[in-house]
Design a protein around this ligand. Structure first.
Ligand SMILES: [Zn+2]
Length: 90
C-alpha cells in the first residue's frame, strides 16, 4: 500500500523549505571583540557606521550586537546634532 500524504507531512515539508538568504558567516560585533569606547568625538569610527547617504548602517549590515548598535546610533545622533556628521549625505 502506498503512503498517504497527510497534514503532518505537509508541515514537515514546509520546514524543509529554503531559508531566506542571509550572511554566509556569522558576524561578530566589533565592539564586543575588543573593548572600544563608542564616542561621538571619534569621527573616524562613527563614519564607519554611516552610509554615504548619511544613514545609520543597520545591524544586519554592520554586524553589531543590539547593545552596541544602540550605542552607535545614539552617538551618531549626538554627532549629527553637533554637526560633526551630516543628517543627509550626497
Ligand atoms: Zn557588541
Amino acid at each position: 500500500m502506498m503512503k498517504t500524504t497527510n497534514r503532518t507531512q505537509d508541515t514537515t515539508d514546509r520546514k524543509q523549505r529554503k531559508k531566506p538568504a542571509g550572511p554566509a558567516f556569522k558576524k561578530v560585533c566589533n565592539f564586543c571583540k575588543k573593548e572600544q569606547e563608542i564616542d561621538y568625538k571619534n569621527l573616524e569610527l562613527m563614519s564607519n557606521y554611516v552610509s554615504s547617504k548619511g544613514k545609520i548602517v543597520s545591524r544586519r549590515i554592520s554586524g553589531n550586537c543590539a547593545k552596541h548598535q544602540r550605542k552607535v546610533a545614539r552617538e551618531i545622533k549626538r554627532a549629527r546634532f553637533l554637526a560633526l556628521l551630516p543628517y543627509v549625505g550626497n
